[in-house]
Design a protein around this ligand. Structure first.
Ligand code: ADP
Ligand code: MG
Ligand code: ZN
Length: 601
């Protein structure tokens, strides 16, 4: 496009300079002819239609004294030339045609433009479709429709932990490797496997590993790509994908993020989701169309199994589910080991400790952690990675990058009070983890942070623990209100989290005596919009307002409990604030020195 513009500019510039030559005073032809006869003209330049001339001396035209002029020529005035010759006027003749270069340009320009726009449009269309675009076939340029890997190098060894998932998938590997033997032993031919788990837990990795282990071709496509395509293309692609896979069977077809097309049909609001439904229907009919002997296994991955169309889960389709969960301690250590393989770790790095401190991290988070630690070591110019690099990487992932923001003294004081509130209440509440670190150094989105790190994997939380969590969450707000006598914007995120938690306690966990043991779907995500629609689920407005009242009561209770703790432990609270203002960041050991041993609750 840029080159094209350049050509246009050049052409316009040439044309302009060409047209600029006639700015002389125009005079009638008769005046010119008379001047010529009177011998007043020194020279003329003829250019086909007109002429520019120079006078020997100034002449007055319309009260203006001029020395040069322009005049049109009378057609075929045969008298003019002899007179000019006679009077010895210097005559110059310019071609009336434009320079050759300009002529060529002028002829070509429209074509260049048309072809340019055409190429540009077809490229754009191709980008949009990934399938050659409307001009794709015409231009003999077929785009790739899906990813194909004839041999995948990933094996189960690259997937750390996930023992149960690997055991489930091993059956698929055996089937693809030796289908005859598998059938002889009476195995039921697997068709579709749905990998279910939170983002970053290694679903895509596992699917690739199945292909790697069984040594069959791997056809993959991400369902989210279908959504942005023109109607009909998604279905066509699914058809091609299965055709190709069947031709090269045994093979694996992998559909990543299947929830993008597999959401329950009819869930969309209004029209315009034909594409998704057509693609889904095509997928279903392809899976039904498998012959008994087709050696194609379809693996799909999702983190939203709840929104999938029930038709997808029927027998013969994705009737096997493999759960891929967040890694627990041992798995986290294994993942860290896999990803730090070949990296120079200093002796002070203890992957067991790192694993203990990364409760809730997914496999992808852990891979990222190792990578960030290596980057941090590189930045410091080290030739090995030390423990400090790991804690820096951890902070970066959990808290975000340090900010340049400088708090003024007043703000700093408020943040210190707020964070001390969280830390103190965490310290003096039973059923919650003690504070691990308090800091008033702005990082990421937060101005300050109080970290409590759970040291073990939690699977359920008791009511008392949730209440303690609420108390800790409300403690920043409570401290500001109690000590400074005013509230600031700093508590927004705390209140948001606390409100969400309290609402869940009431509506989902049956923890409100007034509502009893009921699950209200009042804030379920809408299946298609992916956002909350309060009344959509059929919970009555009355119930919703009771839920809100109950949640508010729970929050009020947590706030007053937090305030009580701060009032009772005011001495230690003030110590903590002072120490925080001085050091800005307090680690576990510093905190242990400030807090007296707890009085037995
Ligand atoms: P998902 O598809 O579940 O969102 P991915 O398979 O894309 O997750 O995982 C992202 C990355 O995280 C992988 O490429 C890998 O580096 C890392 N990872 C996740 N789980 C594991 C695991 N169990 N073992 C090793 N690496 C893992
Ligand atoms: Mg994935
Ligand atoms: Zn807070």
């Amino acid at each position: 496009m840029l080159a094209l513009l350049g050509v246009m500019f050049a052409a316009m510039w040439l044309w302009k300079t060409n047209a600029e030559s006639t700015t002389e005073t125009p005079i009638p032809y008769s005046t010119f002819f008379n001047w010529a006869k009177e011998g007043k003209i020194e020279s003329v330049v003829l250019d086909g239609e007109g002429l520019n001339g120079k006078l020997k001396g100034p002449e007055t035209v319309n009260g203006k004294s001029i020395k040069s002029f322009h005049s049109n020529l009378a057609p075929n005035d045969l008298n003019l030339l002899p007179i000019l010759h006679e009077k010895e006027v210097r005559i110059e003749v310019k071609s009336q045609q434009q320079p050759f270069g300009v002529q060529v340009l002028m002829t070509l320009l429209p074509w260049v433009l048309i072809i340019g726009v055409w190429v540009w449009m077809s490229r754009r269309a191709k980008g949009m479709l990934g399938a050659g675009g409307p001009f794709g076939a015409f231009m003999g340029n077929k785009g790739r429709k899906f990813d194909k890997a004839t041999s995948v190098q990933v094996t189960f060894e690259d997937v750390a932990g996930s023992k149960a998932a690997k055991a489930d998938l091993w059956e698929i590997v055996e089937f693809l490797k030796e289908p005859e033997r598998f059938r002889r032993l009476g195995g039921k031919v697997p068709r579709g496997v749905l990998l279910v788990g939170p983002p970053g837990t290694g679903k895509t990795l596992l699917a690739r590993a199945v292909a790697g282990e069984s040594g069959v071709p791997f056809y993959s496509i991400s369902a989210s790509e279908f959504i942005e395509m023109f109607v009909g293309l998604g279905a066509a692609r699914v058809r091609d994908l299965f055709k190709e896979a069947k031709k090269n069977a045994p093979a694996i077809v992998f559909i990543d993020e299947i929830d993008a097309v597999g959401r329950a049909r009819g869930a969309g609001l209004g029209a315009g989701h034909d594409e998704r439904e057509q693609t889904l229907n095509q997928l279903l009919s392809e899976m039904d169309g498998f012959e008994r002997n087709d050696l194609v296994v379809v693996i799909a991955a999702t983190n939203r199994p709840d929104v999938l169309d029930p038709a997808l889960l029927r027998p013969g389709r994705f009737d096997r589910r493999v759960l891929v969960d967040r890694p627990e301690l041992a798995a986290r250590k294994a993942i860290l080991t896999v990803h730090s393989k070949g990296m120079p770790l200093a002796p002070d790095v203890n992957l067991q400790h790192v694993a203990e401190n990364t409760v809730g991290f997914s496999g992808a988070d852990l891979a990222n952690l190792v990578n960030e630690a290596a980057l941090s070591a590189t930045r410091q110019g080290r030739d090995n990675i030390i423990a400090e690099n790991f804690s820096e990487a951890f902070d970066k992932i959990v808290l975000g990058d340090p900010r340049d923001t400088k708090l003024d003294a007043k703000e700093k004081n408020r943040v210190a009070i707020h964070e001390s509130g969280h830390a103190l209440v965490a310290r003096f509440s039973s059923e919650t983890d003690p504070p691990n670190r308090v800091s008033i150094i702005p990082r990421g989105m937060a101005l300050g942070v109080t970290q409590q790190s759970p040291s073990i994997d939690r699977h359920i939380m008791a009511q008392g623990e949730l209440e303690a969590r609420l108390r800790v969450l409300m403690a920043g707000y409570a401290a500001e209100r109690l000590v400074l006598g005013s509230i600031s914007t700093g508590a927004e995120n705390d209140l948001k989290e606390a409100t969400r938690l309290a609402t869940h306690m009431v509506a989902h966990y049956g923890m409100s005596p007034r509502l009893g043991p009921v699950y209200y779907d009042h804030d379920a995500e809408h299946a298609f919009l992916g956002q909350r629609i309060a009344t959509e689920s059929g919970t009555s407005p009355t119930t919703i307002s009771v839920i809100e009242e109950e949640a508010r009561q729970i929050l009020g209770r947590a706030l007053s409990e937090a305030t009580n703790v701060i009032t009772e432990q005011r001495g230690q609270f003030d110590l903590l604030v002072a120490s925080l203002l001085e050091h800005e960041s307090l680690e576990r050991e510093d905190l242990a020195k400030i807090f007296e041993p707890p009085s037995v609750p």
